[in-house]
Write a protein that binds this ligand. Sequence first.
Ligand SMILES: [Zn+2]
Length: 439
Amino acid sequence: MPDTPNPDRDLNPEISPNQLPAPLIEPTPDVASAVTDTTGAAQATNELDVLSTIATPVVAEKKLPNWPLRWLWIFILTLVGFYVFALPEIQIAWWNYRSPNRMLPSFLQLDIVTRSVLRLLESFVVAFFFAVGSSFGSFLNVVAYRLPKNLDISVAGSRCPNCNQRLTFQENMPLFGWVSLRGKCSGCHIPIPFKYLAAELLVGLLAVWLGVHELLSGGINLPLRAPNFYAGVVWIIFYTKWDLVSYALFHFALFCILATQILTLDNQLAVPKRFFVFCCFVGVTLSLCFPWLILVHSSLFLPGIEMREPGQLEGVRLEWQQSTRISVLLGDLYSIAIAVPAAIGASLLCRHDKPFPFSMWLGTFLCLGIWLGWQASLCIASVSLLISLPLAVFQLPTIRKALYMSGIVLGVTVLHHGLWAVLVNALLNQFSANAMPMQ
Ligand SMILES: [Zn+2]
């Protein structure tokens, strides 16, 4: 390497080979060898310089280890490892400590390999739920941004809104894409808003919650329906229980509607009327085609109808009257009767600087009634309105209040969904207890 510059020599042309850094020169007795040695040393320093001059740009070009992504993987693997290997041991120890004389639950009696395989399967299935949910969250982001602006929502692929660079498959992955990009566009380095990640997380977690609590549990939260005796990944997913899958998908659609409303309001945009018209149309069509999707019969809890045989209520409960097309239509009519006053209340609560479209709230509560039945809609609407009452006091922009209230409605819906069976059973028992003395 003859032409490579030596910074030492360039800075100080008078420097002689003999003044080179001491450790590189071995003091030698004969001159000739000293000369060769010094040239060798000079060559060595040159090589070092070359290395350093080459190395700097190489380091800059080479991808730095992506620590956020690594931490994410470490976190996920630790979580899975804990769930698969450590948690069963803790459960066994806890069981032996609490009730040493009783037999272990059947899952904990399995040998460690079977147990770990089952738990690993569960982890994969939960990861799958999250992946599907967060992909939907990613899509709903697009819907929430483009629908109010009358833009096309059929996306060929995500692009950076600033530099129009197309996202690669890996960058488009929910959660992992955002983390691997460290929240910045790879082309123009403009920050990608955190809300994109938040939306993916929100819908992903909703999907996991539904998948675990409604699907893998064997429908333990569904009212008036006996939960599947054999539940869990193997019995629900591998020997697919299609009715449960349909319930979970149907209810996931409702959660997606509520999430879209939140995301749109977060963009400071009003939810268009046609969005709710479309959702209501889909809900009514689906429930008319498959009336069993509506779990609570529209005449249940209507005064004077269900209290005829309180003594047999316990036995009847599990094979309760299934919804028919007529009862679904009647239920939709009752839902309108509940949605109108609820929507008036909600728009009054949100009113501050300008009257907020009443139609959005009408659509929200109507969707709740169409999807879950008027009973659920009544419960969710009244609880959400009660919780939102303090909003009337604050001097916030209308759209902000509507955003908070939508969040409350989603939260109450999730809570209601978890306690659905408990609530319906408690009410049935209440009714039967009230009816008992009459006999
Ligand atoms: Zn960009």
